[in-house]
Design a protein around this ligand. Structure first.
Ligand SMILES: [Zn+2]
Length: 421
């Protein structure tokens, strides 16, 4: 995890921008207490800065040192913040350094894919404590995914009883549209996977913890917004390229959800009229050209022999000197260049971030070509204004981003622990 010194506040995102998810909007009217709002601002500052001081918090949050002292006392009583050493000052009186208490709270983030789940337990400094993976099979239905998720959570709980007692909640990064419902819950619509609409309760039956959900690409973007390549960046697009293709748009510092949560369904934007059939039922979708299965099947049809259908096969395709493989790679670069170039024209991002297991491989092998193709397909001015970067947290991005959902809930209000064991 990145270490920020007490004076390093320039990179912090605007605090209000981090609260704009659908769940936060739904609860915003209940968050009327000024003290609660100020607690959230102070705690956000402490989460974003590895170490800080009461004076630095007061200066950055625009609060009096007396107010900050009261709020910090409360946060210490909640067990979230600890005094940790001191700095010398010019006046001679030492200044107490404040940090998050690693064992103050724990968070779970789950990357829920169509072929398995990766469930990660983090401490309050967002250091990963433990991890469980289930899956690796071919296509899985929602029942199998729910079983995988339930069994991975049960195993993490069995191995980590003390952290589980301080669990702030579980965040799920899901493969589809995550639509907020009137009762404050969420529905998953995974049309490409052929799943029926699912509630979060369908995926985590019997869980007594707070469970929150977000689309996987948006979860990845939240990890980047809090701790990675989009920290402090108000205008960005964050692409997730794997078997499926997703996107998150950050505009004015706010992750965009659209009216009912489906904003950013970039994978099903059309790149060819009457083009290749897509899993969603339509033709010519971006995902049917640059998703992992699409790339590998195009190579197979041209005589290639990929080893399996995972990251090794994609690496093999990208490294191959076979003209058929190179034609597939040329096509992927051209189509992504067109599509991302159009996004640059639409959104005018300061940063374009590419993640996902296919996206990271493309950035390792073809970054310069991809960058040139995006710039060539955008108007000159916005095409020169963005910076291209890979996702910061590699394969852990979606799970880490999902864990920021309960992190935000904890920041919004103190942990409500269920009574009893
Ligand atoms: Zn499609």
């Amino acid at each position: 995890m990145e270490v920020n010194h007490v004076t390093d506040v320039a990179g912090a995102p605007s605090r209000d921008s981090l609260w704009a998810g659908p769940r936060s909007r739904a609860t915003a009217s209940t968050v009327t207490s000024l003290r609660r709002t100020n607690r959230a601002r102070v705690l956000t500052h402490i989460v974003l800065n590895d170490s800080t001081t009461r004076a630095a918090i007061a200066a950055e949050c625009g609060l009096s040192v007396a107010s900050v002292s009261n709020l910090v006392t409360d946060l210490m009583a909640e067990g979230l913040v600890v005094e940790s050493g001191s700095l010398s000052s010019q006046g001679g009186r030492p200044i107490t350094v404040l940090r998050r208490r690693p064992d103050g709270a724990y968070l779970v983030g789950a990357d829920v894919g169509e072929r398995g789940v990766a469930v990660e337990l983090y401490d309050f400094t967002m250091a990963m404590v433990d991890r469980e993976f289930r899956g690796g099979r071919q296509e899985e239905g929602p029942d199998v995914i729910a079983q995988d998720l339930t069994s991975a959570l049960a195993e993490l709980r069995r191995r980590n009883p003390a952290p589980w007692a301080k669990l702030a909640g579980i965040g799920l990064g899901l493969p589809g549209i995550v639509e907020p419902t009137a009762d404050g819950g969420h529905l998953l619509h995974a049309q490409s996977l052929g799943w029926p609409p699912l509630t979060i309760g369908d995926l985590t039956p019997g869980s007594d913890a707070l469970v929150l959900a977000q689309n996987g690409a948006k979860a990845q973007a939240k990890a980047e917004q809090w701790f990675g390549a989009v920290r402090g960046v108000d205008h960005a697009v964050v692409a997730l390229l794997g078997r499926g293709v997703g996107l998150a748009v950050i505009s004015d510092g706010v992750l965009q959800h659209g009216w009912r949560g489906s904003a950013g369904e970039w994978g099903h934007s059309k790149v060819e009229r009457d083009g290749r059939p897509c899993r969603c039922g339509a033709r010519g979708c971006l995902e049917a050209h640059v998703g992992a299965d699409a790339m590998l099947s195009a190579w197979s049809q041209a005589g290639g022999r990929p080893e399996g259908d995972g990251w090794r096969a994609v690496g093999q395709l990208l490294d191959s000197t076979d003209p058929a493989a190179q034609a597939v790679v040329d096509s992927v670069v051209a189509v992504l260049g067109q599509s991302l170039g159009s996004l640059v024209n639409l959104v005018n991002p300061e940063r374009v971030v590419i993640g996902g297991w296919v996206g990271l491989r493309l950035m390792e092998r073809l970054r310069d070509r991809l960058e040139a193709a995006i710039r060539a397909n955008a108007l000159d001015r916005p095409g020169r204004q963005f910076e291209l970067s890979p996702c910061t947290f590699g394969g852990a991005s979606v799970a880490l981003g999902a864990a920021t959902l309960p992190l935000e809930a904890l920041i919004e209000g103190p942990l409500q622990r269920p009574a009893g064991p």
